[in-house]
Design a protein around this ligand. Structure first.
Ligand SMILES: [Fe+2]
Ligand SMILES: [Fe+2]
Length: 315
C-alpha cells in the first residue's frame, strides 16, 4: 500500500516549488530589545530553538526507515529539513538581538554532546521497527503530524503569552511553514491508516504508550513540563491542547486519543507533588546548555581556533 496517492503527489509538487527559507523581510529586528520578554518567554525560546536545530538529527532517524524508499517522502523531508533550519536560525538571531549571547554552532554542538548512547539506540530501534513492521510508517507519520501541530500551537501560545511584537511577527511567519508540514504528515498518516485496521491498532498502541511531547529526549521531563505549564496551564491553553488532541483524534483509529492534554495534566500532578518542579528552571534561568564532558561530540564539532587557514580553504 502506497500512502502517497494522487492528491498528495500534486501537493508535493507544489510544496517543492514553494519551499523556501522563512521570509524575514520587513521584520523590525531593531525593535527586539525595546520590548521585554519574561523569563518564561526566554525559557520557551531556548527550548524551541534547540528543538528546531535538532531536526537534522531527528531526520537521521527517519531516513533509516523503510518508508524512505518512497521518493515523495524523501522529497518532502529534503525541503522540510531546510525550512526547519531557518526557524532555529531566526529564533537564535532574535535571542542574540535581545542581548543573550551565545554562539549558535557551539550551542547546537553542546546539545548534541548531551544526547549520548540513547540517540544511537533510538536510531537502531526505529530502523529495526520499520523494517520488521510495515505499518510502522503510520506511527511516525502520525507523530510527525502531532509534533508539527504541537509546535505551531506552542508558537501561538508564546505569541499570546509574550505580547512581544517582533516575536509575534517572526513566529507568525514560522507558523505558516509549520501548517504546511502538519498538512503533509497528517494527510500521509490519514492515507496510510485509512482502511488499514492493523496500522490503526499499532498506531494507537504506540501513541498511547510510547509517544512523548516534541523535544522530550533532547530535553528532560522537567524541561518539557516547564514549557507545557508556562504556555498552556490556563483555561485557553488547556482548551488549545484539547483541540489539538481532537484534531489528531480525527485520524482513522485514533478517535478520543489524549496526548498533549494528558501531558499537561501529568505536569500538573508533578507540580502538585513538588511545587517548585519545573518553575524553578524558569526562575533560575536554566537555559544555558553545557556539553557532557564525557562526550567527544563537543571536540568533534568545535571548529573555533583549531583550524589552520589551509584547512579552512580546502573545506
Ligand atoms: Fe519549525
Ligand atoms: Fe515544522
Amino acid at each position: 500500500m502506497n500512502y502517497v496517492g494522487v492528491d498528495m503527489s500534486f501537493s508535493i509538487e507544489r510544496y517543492k516549488e514553494e519551499s523556501r527559507k522563512v521570509d524575514t523581510t520587513g521584520i523590525e529586528w531593531d525593535e527586539v530589545a525595546s520590548h521585554p520578554l519574561s523569563k518564561g518567554d526566554l525559557f520557551c525560546l531556548h527550548y524551541m530553538m534547540d528543538i528546531e536545530n535538532h531536526v537534522p538529527l531527528y531526520l537521521s532517524h527517519l531516513l533509516v526507515t523503510r518508508a524512505c524508499m518512497d521518493p515523495i517522502l524523501t522529497a518532502f523531508l529534503a525541503c522540510w529539513n531546510y525550512e526547519e533550519l531557518w526557524h532555529g536560525e531566526n529564533i537564535g538571531k532574535l535571542l542574540n538581538l535581545y542581548g543573550i549571547e551565545f554562539d549558535t554552532q557551539d550551542r547546537i554542538a553542546n546539545v548534541r554532546a548531551n544526547l549520548g548512547l540513547q540517540n544511537s539506540l533510538s536510531i537502531l530501534t526505529t530502523m529495526a521497527g520499520s523494517w520488521l513492521m510495515k505499518n510502522f510508517s503510520a506511527v511516525y507519520l502520525s507523530i510527525g503530524a502531532i509534533n508539527e501541530l504541537s509546535t505551531l500551537t506552542g508558537y501561538g501560545a508564546l505569541i499570546r503569552k509574550s505580547g512581544h511584537p517582533v516575536l509575534k511577527d517572526l513566529l507568525s511567519r514560522i507558523i505558516k511553514d509549520e501548517r504546511r508540514h502538519f498538512a503533509f504528515y497528517y494527510n500521509s498518516a490519514k492515507e496510510w491508516l485509512s482502511d488499514n485496521e492493523r496500522a490503526q491498532k499499532l498506531d494507537r498502541w504506540m501513541l498511547d504508550r510510547v509517544w512523548v511531547p516534541v523535544g522530550q529526549g533532547v530535553k528532560t521531563q522537567e524541561e518539557v513540563d516547564a514549557l507545557a505549564l508556562y504556555l498552556f496551564d490556563d483555561e485557553q491553553g488547556e482548551e488549545e491542547l484539547l483541540d489539538l488532541d481532537a484534531k489528531i483524534g480525527r485520524l482513522p483509529g485514533l478517535s478520543g486519543i489524549k496526548l498533549m492534554s494528558k501531558a499537561l495534566y501529568a505536569a500538573r500532578e508533578r507540580v502538585e507533588r513538588n511545587p517548585r518542579w519545573a518553575w524553578r528552571l524558569i526562575e533560575n534561568e536554566a537555559w544555558a546548555v553545557t556539553p557532557d564532558r564525557s562526550s567527544p561530540v563537543g571536540q568533534l564539532t568545535s571548529r573555533h581556533g583549531e583550524r589552520t587557514e589551509e584547512e579552512a580553504a580546502t573545506s
